[in-house]
Design a protein around this ligand. Structure first.
Ligand SMILES: *Cc1c(COP(=O)(O)O)cnc(C)c1O
Length: 229
């Protein structure tokens, strides 16, 4: 148990050093890239430990899971899962930012919920750059969605999110990341959320400003993932 508890902090601190070294070798400033610790299927105790180790942002995929787990924790909460319109109200109540807006219907539901709660919700638009990924706006439709979401009064578009392909070469990963980067550049926004445990180096090379890291910090997720995804 003691060893288990130590490893999250150790992994996070070591990883942050690796990320900063990679950024330096790319000629980029370390402070420009944020880590979002992805806590899906991890217990609250793991989240608490990560925060104690310096994690300032966490990402969750499921509203139900986040409800008890993240309550009262002093950390920036990112919703990174599929936005179901009937969950919009709870998403806006529980989270500081939504990374996964991929269609107008979802944006409208979040906008209404944010209006009802008297706040402006920062969002990222999720672009689909991978044949292995179900969600995300097709790159060809990105500009149109961006214009529509920007017209909504209670959402503020802060950038672009994408999930890289799995089971491909590094070169193919780099190629798909360029598609996300192109959308990001056209948007003129500040945040490019690209890169997970298996592809964060390529993401940094593609200009990512935010890495969403789960297994690299917490170790392998419990098998529940296989059932729920
Ligand atoms: C699970 C998940 C991650 C983290 O994945 P790891 O490979 O464990 O780092 C990042 N982003 C999204 C959207 C996820 O669902």
């Amino acid at each position: 148990m003691m060893l288990e508890r130590g490893t999250i902090a150790d992994r996070y601190v070591a990883l942050r050093k690796e990320i900063d070294a990679a950024l330096r070798s790319l000629g980029r400033a370390p402070a420009t890239v944020h880590v979002v610790a992805v806590t899906k299927f991890q217990p609250r105790s793991a989240v608490v430990e990560a925060i104690a180790a310096g994690v300032q942002r966490v990402g969750e995929n499921y509203v139900k899971e986040a409800e008890g787990k993240l309550a009262g924790l002093a950390v920036r909460k990112h919703f990174i899962g599929h936005v179901q319109t009937n969950k919009a109200r709870r998403i806006v109540e529980l989270f500081d930012l939504v990374e996964s807006v991929d269609r107008l219907e979802a944006a409208r539901a979040l906008d209404r919920a944010a209006a009802a709660q008297g706040r402006t919700l920062p969002v990222l638009l999720q672009v689909n750059i991978s044949p292995t990924e179900r969600f995300g706006v097709p790159p060809a439709e990105f500009d149109a969605l961006l214009a529509q979401v920007r017209a909504l009064e209670h959402l503020r578009v802060e950038g672009v999110m994408a999930i890289g392909p799995v089971g491909v070469t590094q070169a193919q990963t780099m190629q798909t990341f360029e598609t996300a980067r192109a959308c990001f550049e056209r948007s003129g926004a500040a945040v490019l959320s690209l890169g997970m445990s298996g592809d964060w180096r390529e993401a940094l090379a593609a200009g990512s400003t935010e890495l969403r890291l789960g297994t690299a910090i917490f170790g392998p997720r419990p098998a529940k993932e296989a059932i729920r995804r």
